[in-house]
Design a protein around this ligand. Sequence first.
Ligand SMILES: Nc1ncnc2c1ncn2[C@@H]1O[C@H](COP(=O)(O)OP(=O)(O)OP(=O)(O)O)[C@@H](O)[C@H]1O
Ligand SMILES: [Mg+2]
Length: 483
Amino acid sequence: MSQPEPRLAPCIPLPLEDKALTEIIEKAKDWALMHGVGMRDKNHFTKDAIQFAPFVLLPSPFPRQEFNKAIELQTVLNELMHKVAHDEAFLQRTLQNALEVDEFTANLYNIWVKVKEEGIAQSVTLGLFRSDYLMHGPDNNKLKQVEFNTIASSFGAITSHLPTLNRYIIRQLGHGDIVKNMPENRALSGLCTGITDAYDLFGVPNAVVVFVVEEVSYNICDQRFHEFEIAEKRPDITIFRKTLNEIYEESSLNDKKQLIIEERPVAVVYYRSGYEPAQYPTQREWDARLRVERSTAIKCPSIGYHLAGTKKVQQALATPGVLEGFMGAGGVTGRVRDIFTGLYSLDFDDSGERAVEMALADATRFVLKPQREGGGHNVYGADVRDALLRMRHGRERMAYILMERILPPLVKGYVVRPGASVPPPLVDLVSELGIFGVIIGTKDKIYSNKQVGHMLRTKLADANEGGVAAGLGALDSPLLVDL
Ligand SMILES: Nc1ncnc2c1ncn2[C@@H]1O[C@H](COP(=O)(O)OP(=O)(O)OP(=O)(O)O)[C@@H](O)[C@H]1O
Ligand SMILES: [Mg+2]
């Protein structure tokens, strides 16, 4: 779908002349490769090489005021999601209908119910969150929340390097005066401190940290940087990388409900996998998840955080009065409500029917979202109408939420992709901001609540989604502008 104005001006005058563009891209690619701005090649997989990850040559403009707003709201949102995750009645009420038709969410939910019945062995939870935003062009480029990720929030590590890459390029092009408008990004160290703080809170000598990973990790740099950072700062901490299947085979619970792997207790379990159905091919993976959840290990995320990150919860929070119930009626609640865009349930009741009618009347204004993570599951544009006509009388519609489409401003720029011809065309791009947050606490006490950094990923203006690992988006960093 092509989108109308508004536009933001690129950070320097474009286009660049072909020869200069080709030269700078060669430098930029080498910089990226030599600093781990990389991913494994999905087409020719080998553990012996990495490719550079797709990136945007020049930093994308982002309104300073909106950027600062997102930064300021992060700890508020962290706390909100922490409260949501610990509100049993709210989660039960909110997810009830979706569970009937969504087996994946139901499996997570059943684990949650089971461990609650048995008694929670570890009351401390660790959240490494990312709140995602697009600017809404028709509303003065105001920030609107796309979603809130509570599991496997990625790219904090690689994007910590992006400002340095973009600064290098900008200076090489002779525009060093603008780099002062590129905010520092310390997401990697902030996220890792979350893990090590949780480790220290666990406080058992000889304990280890476990990263739960996929069978094959394409986004290896982003994950490994966390391991390297922790190894550098805390050489006393051992990290294991394990798949859910390996956890099933190699772990056990001892009489103190400690999770034991290779004869060592596990302090923290950090999930970089486990957020989509394909990552649970058999019952073994579900059994592994349950075993971890039953243990004293501090989970990142806990099953409660995972459920709090569902689209259904996001939609419920936008229902009138709900936010106030969690946060009171004060000023900051209004600021959070301001970043929400229209979100509607598709349950079989009056408001659900109204939402269906509204979307059928003008489908291009909306996005349909199931309870899924990892990109590629949403329905856009004319497909929204087809999907609604198909599901209208079927219960499967309760697994979806309806969301107003956000229309971000366009910016001209260059995307650098592995295998693509150089020089690349000058294209229309849109950017999505993610802010990272860390929270550690129990139901009643919050030990740590921080905003730790950001990421920007940018996609072609006519692409619906911009997942970098999915091959659609490109890594970027913001250049703050005063509009
Ligand atoms: N309301 C919206 N308006 C415009 N674009 C949207 C909207 N919702 C989602 N998108 C686009 O689709 C992408 C994926 O949506 P979303 O983040 O909700 O799904 P996800 O599967 O949870 O993705 P992720 O892997 O990033 O967690 C977003 O990054 C954004 O580019
Ligand atoms: Mg998500």
